[in-house]
Design a protein around this ligand. Structure first.
Ligand SMILES: NC(=O)c1ccc[n+]([C@@H]2O[C@H](COP(=O)([O-])OP(=O)(O)OC[C@H]3O[C@@H](n4cnc5c(N)ncnc54)[C@H](OP(=O)(O)O)[C@@H]3O)[C@@H](O)[C@H]2O)c1
Length: 306
């Protein structure tokens, strides 16, 4: 099966590509944008996702049977400060890819986010109504709508915060905590920010399953533990045997000016804090194992340097 990963040069794309290329039944190609991968060969294509002609050219060459769409402005702050660009890449890009999937008879697997929800309650189920409160969340939700309108065969996967070893030069929540604690610095864990963190290789296991066995619809693949960032910091310290007294608890809400009280001229993202996904229905439907934070951190620890 020919699989094209759009956005293979990013954090999740890197891990997904690695998993898929171990499977000899799959012919895997990928795209990059600003950051060409170190191991570049003829399975890689440079792409600006808003360039429809270039995208069409890639589809013509690859003739994908499954397209995994990961490419996005995936950073909440960047989307907030540059909303036009975020809409162009995340929404119009998704629409472009969806149309071509229909034209080339390819199935689409799209990675969306818990940010499609408001962030007031957390533990959102697959069938709850999205109501995003951030620019990033709005673009992911609009992309979901565009995909449902334009693509024939699609699966949407929403996930929560993803952790694991990043590509050189980039960091994520787990490695940021590990680096700080190893340097003897404190990690101030936000006790008001709730997520259901998932280890990247657990997430790619779920994505790979949907690539191989088509199931239409919207799925939630995230960790089973719904926790705040202070609790996550403690879990990291425990598994990596680091000094847990350096993990301190910081409630952020009082420090964050709300949208209405932000000083004039300052772009203040109205930040949803209580997110996290309930994955019960997806886990049952796809027959996936449950992914705990501690098992993810342990797998991360043993995979160091691989
Ligand atoms: N990481 C998380 O915790 C998380 C959680 C929920 C959902 N997601 C979703 O998962 C997907 C992947 O996230 P990630 O963490 O792997 O992000 P990432 O490391 O920032 O990777 C983003 C990917 O998109 C590509 N890209 C960005 N702008 C592009 C453009 N204009 N045209 C073509 N390609 C472009 C990047 O290419 P270059 O790097 O080569 O520029 C890279 O391959 C995103 O859709 C994100 O919304 C991530």
């Amino acid at each position: 099966m020919r699989v094209l990963i759009v956005g293979a040069s990013g954090f999740i794309g890197h891990h997904l590509r690695r998993r898929l290329t171990q499977n000899t039944d799959l012919e895997v190609t990928g795209t990059y944008n600003a950051r060409a991968p170190g191991d570049i060969d003829n399975s890689w294509y440079a792409l600006e996702i808003t360039d429809h002609r270039r995208l069409d050219q890639i589809f013509q060459r690859v003739m994908p049977e499954v397209v995994v769409l990961l490419a996005a402005i995936a950073d909440v702050k960047t989307a907030e400060t540059n909303p036009e660009r975020a809409t162009n890449v995340n929404v119009n890009g998704a629409r472009n890819v969806s149309r071509l999937c229909t034209e080339y008879n390819a199935r689409l697997v799209f990675l969306s986010s818990e940010y499609v929800f408001k962030g007031d309650l957390g533990n959102y189920k697959e069938d709850e109504e999205p109501n995003p409160d951030t620019q990033y969340g709005r673009t992911k939700w609009q992309a979901e709508i565009a995909i449902a309108e334009e693509a024939c065969d699609w699966s949407i996967i929403r996930t929560s915060v993803v952790f694991g070893w990043p590509i050189t030069g980039r960091r994520n929540i787990a490695t940021a905590i590990i680096d700080r604690l190893r340097d003897g610095k404190t990690f101030e864990g936000d006790a008001n920010t709730y997520r259901s963190p998932i280890y990247v290789d657990h997430l790619t296991e779920g994505i790979a399953q949907l690539i191989k066995n088509y199931q239409p619809g919207t799925f939630h693949i995230a960790g089973t533990d719904w926790m705040n960032m202070y609790q996550f910091g403690l879990a990291v310290a425990k598994v990596f045997e680091l000094d847990n007294t350096l993990v301190t608890q910081v409630p952020t809400s009082p420090d964050l000016p709300s949208k209405n009280t932000a000083p004039e001229g300052i772009v203040q993202a109205p930040r949803p804090d209580i997110l996290g996904l309930n994955c019960n229905r997806t886990t049952q439907m796809l027959g996936l194992p449950t992914f705990s934070v501690v098992s993810g951190l342990r797998d991360m620890l043993v995979s160091f340097g691989t």
